[in-house]
Write a protein that binds this ligand. Structure first.
Ligand code: SF4
Ligand code: SF4
Length: 110
C-alpha cells in the first residue's frame, strides 16, 4: 500500500513537472492566448480526459472535477471525470490552457 510520504513525494514530483511544462509553454504560447478579466476559460468536455492538471494549477479554485456517465454504455469505467470552470472565480489567467495536455481548454469572451 502507498504511504502518505510516498504520495507527498509523488505530488511534489508532479508539481515540479507541471511547473516545467507551464514555463516552457509560457515561452512558446503565451502571446497567442488572450487573457484578462474580460476573458474566461471554457472546457471542451469531449476533449477532457480528466487528468487533474488544470485544477492543480488554478490558483483561484475556479475549476472543479465532476463525474459524467459514459456515452457508450458498453464500456464500464469506475469514473469518467471532466473539468468544469466556475466562471465567477475565473480571473482569465490562462494557466489552465497552457497545462492541458489535450487542448481541451480555450479562453472565450465573457
Ligand atoms: S484561466 Fe486561470 S483562473 Fe481561470 S480557470 Fe484557468 S487557471 Fe483558473
Ligand atoms: S487539464 Fe485538460 S484534460 Fe486535464 S482535466 Fe483539465 S481540461 Fe481535462
Amino acid at each position: 500500500m502507498t504511504t502518505r510520504e510516498e504520495l507527498e513525494i509523488r505530488l511534489q514530483i508532479e508539481r515540479t513537472r507541471v511547473s516545467a511544462i507551464i514555463e516552457k509553454a509560457k515561452e512558446e504560447r503565451l502571446d497567442e492566448i488572450k487573457s484578462g478579466e474580460e476573458m474566461v476559460a471554457f472546457v471542451h468536455e469531449d476533449a477532457c480526459i480528466g487528468c487533474d492538471q488544470c485544477p492543480t494549477v488554478c490558483d483561484d479554485d475556479a475549476i472543479e472535477m465532476f463525474s459524467k456517465p459514459m456515452k457508450n454504455t458498453l464500456i464500464e469505467v469506475s469514473s469518467n471525470r471532466k473539468a468544469k470552470i466556475i466562471r465567477d472565480k475565473c480571473t482569465g489567467c490562462r494557466l489552465c490552457v497552457l497545462v492541458c495536455p489535450t487542448d481541451a481548454i480555450t479562453m472565450i469572451e465573457r
